[in-house]
Design a protein around this ligand. Structure first.
Ligand SMILES: [Zn+2]
Length: 316
């Protein structure tokens, strides 16, 4: 069993976090995890979510919907300054330096690190970090939400080329994200943008994380776009944090060859890896589709990556 989308538990040192993740993997019968780092940039956050911009976004959101969404939006609206501070606190808590992250995990043969783009660094500085790490990282994750960044932006092309030269992958968060990123103005992570980037970078595999479905208020928000993006040969999708019905529909509509099982552990509150495994094995799809999604597809992707030799050589 391979879990293609996990994170290190927050609030722990690197070693302790890696061990906590591995204990969770053993309990769930997961032999290998792709571990994705998160780096937000507080400077980028402040530049993009000023007081006025937030007010505009809230006004627009209130027009967009009353219903259950209204309560969520109202809590930000009533205490916007507290909300901004709380966002900065969470972003600082979940962010980890990618160099330290990838180097620290390099000794584990059951953890495959993927570093995060850092929006407070320039694209050139991000490129230098990638080069410095070489085969230590399977690739890079871009969060269009947290990073306020379109994955199709031209400045990212050299990064994609570098990743492609090592047979690595680019994972792109799609859908909304908790907090202000549920507001339409900030819920900008579109699979169509991933498809555009993939067309310009055929030598790189792109993974649409969460099947475009990530949203607490509007689950499945960009799911249809994710299916369209999967029509590109170098676009894959992971199942993390997507409701089982979306995974079943995706297999039904576009097949299972490019769908990768991911739990998003520990990002979904209260979700154990064990439960996520039970969920994917309980899907109403063919057994061979389950085998492909939970292992074979991931192995194919990993075997194309230059760093795989090092990992597989030291695997038990
Ligand atoms: Zn995640």
């Amino acid at each position: 069993m391979i879990d293609f989308h996990t994170h290190l538990p927050w609030g722990l040192g690197l070693r302790e976090a890696a061990e906590a993740l591995r204990a969770e993997m053993r309990r769930a019968g997961v032999g290998l995890s792709v571990v994705i780092n998160v780096e937000a940039g507080l400077r980028t956050f402040r530049e993009n979510v000023g007081w006025e911009r937030l007010q505009r976004a809230l006004r627009e959101a209130l027009e967009y919907s009353f219903s259950p969404r209204a309560g969520y939006i109202a809590s930000i609206f009533l205490e916007p300054e507290r909300a901004l501070m709380e966002h900065e606190r969470v972003l600082a808590e979940i962010s980890r330096d990618s160099l330290e992250f990838a180097r620290g995990l390099s000794g584990y043969s059951d953890l495959v690190p993927v570093i995060s783009y850092n929006p407070d660094l320039s694209p050139q500085q991000n490129l230098e970090r990638l080069r410095e790490l070489g085969e230590l990282s399977l690739g890079m994750k871009v969060f269009p939400t947290l990073h306020f960044l379109d994955p199709d932006r031209p400045s990212l092309q050299p990064l994609y080329a570098e990743i492609g030269s090592m047979g690595g992958i680019v994972i792109v968060h799609t859908g909304c994200d908790p907090g202000i990123w549920e507001l339409p103005a900030f819920c900008t992570a579109r699979p169509s943008s991933v498809a555009r980037a993939a067309r310009k970078n055929r030598g790189v595999k792109f993974v649409v994380a969460h099947l475009g479905a990530y949203s607490a208020l509007n689950p499945g928000i960009y799911f249809k776009e994710a299916l369209e993006a999967l029509a590109e040969e170098n676009v894959y999708a992971d199942t993390s944090a997507a409701e089982p019905e979306f995974v079943e529909r995706a297999v039904d509509e576009v097949g299972y060859d490019k769908i990768l099982y991911g739990s998003d552990y520990p990002a979904v509150a209260g979700l154990s890896m064990e439960r996520a495994v039970r969920e994917v094995l309980g899907l109403n799809i063919e057994e061979r589709a389950k085998r492909a999604i939970t292992r074979e597809n991931a192995l194919k992707v990993l075997k194309g990556w230059a760093g795989w030799r090092r990992i597989s050589a030291s695997a038990p």
